[in-house]
Design a protein around this ligand. Structure first.
Ligand SMILES: [Zn+2]
Length: 436
């Protein structure tokens, strides 16, 4: 049956939602304690038993889980179900060492598809829509997550995966896609190739873009909306928690991601002290799963920096909103004492005339100080003129300095010189010597 707005779940009064969370939290803690030795050992070290979790406030007594815990228990050590009971495995490639492996029971997969369908419906996707899925298929959760969610919703899925951009453009038009699922950087690459080929995708049936899997700015949203003629909606998830569909913006407000609180508890902590920040404050997002069987997660530190708001949304949903993710703690650059996320530099660049919305940051060590070079691309027709490039560089440097407070060098490149992503964009090239 096609998924429709589940009013009972999505507009549940917050008091009722909290009661449901507590029941499910207690079950999750019992599951983790009984079946995962690491959780049991850590709780015992703190003198905690599952019965000690009597209120939602008691959540803060539980230990955190980190990405390194998954690596340290590679491959199946954090699973609360025997391997033979798992219906699927996914993994994310680590840049160093072992990948992070996650597992799902058949029921976990059904929960995931249901939440992804809910997210897509929240973003304005309707049963019967053609969904062009350009997320990568495979071990990465993006492709299959969107795929089964769209099927569950009752949409027609085109399982494209990333790459072969010219072919994507042909099929978007020929199959009449109303919805595009991709990373925001790849959506922009599709727009660019289409423009180069003289195809106006604004005249296609595309109306909604479901973009996620990397931090992106409000300025990038406007740019993509303008160039593809669709409404760009932010979607959030991570494989350690489930995959895409943990949270999604609503089409009505496009202002923060509704986090599905009947399946997850969201907290924001100070990343240094680990203590909760006051309501509405900025910090690291921490998520506890409430319905996962195979891989229950207690207070998982996402490294994503954001803030939460519980204010009423115009769409009528009662679930809190995760404000636009500024960046990952791991991506944060400290440039001469100033904390900077690549998405902040993006927000400045995308607003500048004659600069194409593609960029890379190059980090180097000069003496004892970190130095940033921002490589940007001039729009077609500007770049061959050295005087025009110098003027663009000066302007970009000035805006970054005044908006963010850091001094950068700007290199203006020719159109097409910045590498285009077919999945997650590489925004930073770090050439600094690695600490020994
Ligand atoms: Zn809303």
């Amino acid at each position: 049956m096609a998924y429709r707005y589940d009013r009972a779940a999505e507009s549940m009064p917050r008091g009722k939602l909290a009661a449901l969370q507590l029941t499910r939290l207690r079950a999750t803690v019992r599951n983790a304690y009984a079946n995962v030795p690491m959780h049991r050992r850590r709780m015992r070290e703190l003198g905690l038993e599952p019965g000690d979790i009597r209120s939602l406030e008691d959540l803060a007594r539980l230990p955190f889980t980190q990405k390194t815990d998954l690596r340290d228990h590679y491959p199946f050590g954090l699973f609360a179900r025997p391997r033979k009971d798992l219906a699927r495995l996914h993994a994310s490639s680590g840049t160093t060492g072992k990948p992070t492996v996650v597992g799902y029971t058949a029921r976990d997969l059904a929960t995931w598809s249901g939440l992804m369908a809910r997210s897509m419906a929240c973003a304005g996707v309707r049963p019967g829509d053609v969904v062009h899925n350009a997320y990568g298929y495979g071990l990465f959760t993006g492709g299959l997550g969107a795929h089964y969610g769209a099927e569950r919703l009752g949409a027609t899925v085109v399982p494209m995966s990333g790459g072969a951009t010219e072919r994507q453009i042909v099929l978007i038009q020929d199959f009449g896609a109303r919805v595009l699922c991709a990373t925001p950087s790849y959506a922009l690459a599709i727009a660019e190739v289409a423009e180069r080929e003289g195809v106006d995708l604004k005249r296609s049936k595309l109306r909604i873009g479901l973009f996620g899997a990397e931090p992106w700015s409000e300025a990038m949203r406007e740019e993509i909306q303008k160039r593809l003629g669709l409404r760009a909606v932010d979607i959030y998830g991570l494989s350690e928690i489930m995959g895409p569909g943990v949270a999604c913006e609503c089409l009505e407000a496009q202002a923060g991601l509704h986090g599905w609180e009947d399946h997850f508890i969201f907290e924001v902590i100070d990343p240094d002290s680990g203590r909760p920040v006051p309501a509405g404050g900025v910090g690291e997002l921490v998520i506890t799963t409430l319905t996962k069987e195979a891989l229950p997660m207690l207070r998982y530190r996402t490294r994503d920096i954001t803030r939460l708001s519980t204010g009423r949304c115009e769409c009528g949903r009662s679930h809190l909103r995760i404000r636009r993710i500024t960046g990952r703690n791991d991506d944060m650059l400290i440039i001469r004492g100033v904390n900077v996320y690549p998405s902040q530099i993006e927000a400045v660049l995308v607003g500048l005339p004659q600069i194409a919305p593609h960029y890379q940051l190059v980090l180097e060590r000069k003496g004892s100080l970190d130095h940033v070079t921002v490589e940007v691309e001039a729009e077609q027709g500007v770049a061959p003129d050295p005087a025009a490039c110098a003027r663009l560089a000066k302007e970009a440097r000035h805006h970054i300095k005044s908006m963010i407070g850091i001094t950068t060098d700007i290199v203006v490149k020719q159109p097409g010189e910045i590498p285009r992503s077919q999945g997650k964009a590489v925004r930073v090239r770090d050439l600094r010597p690695r600490p020994a």
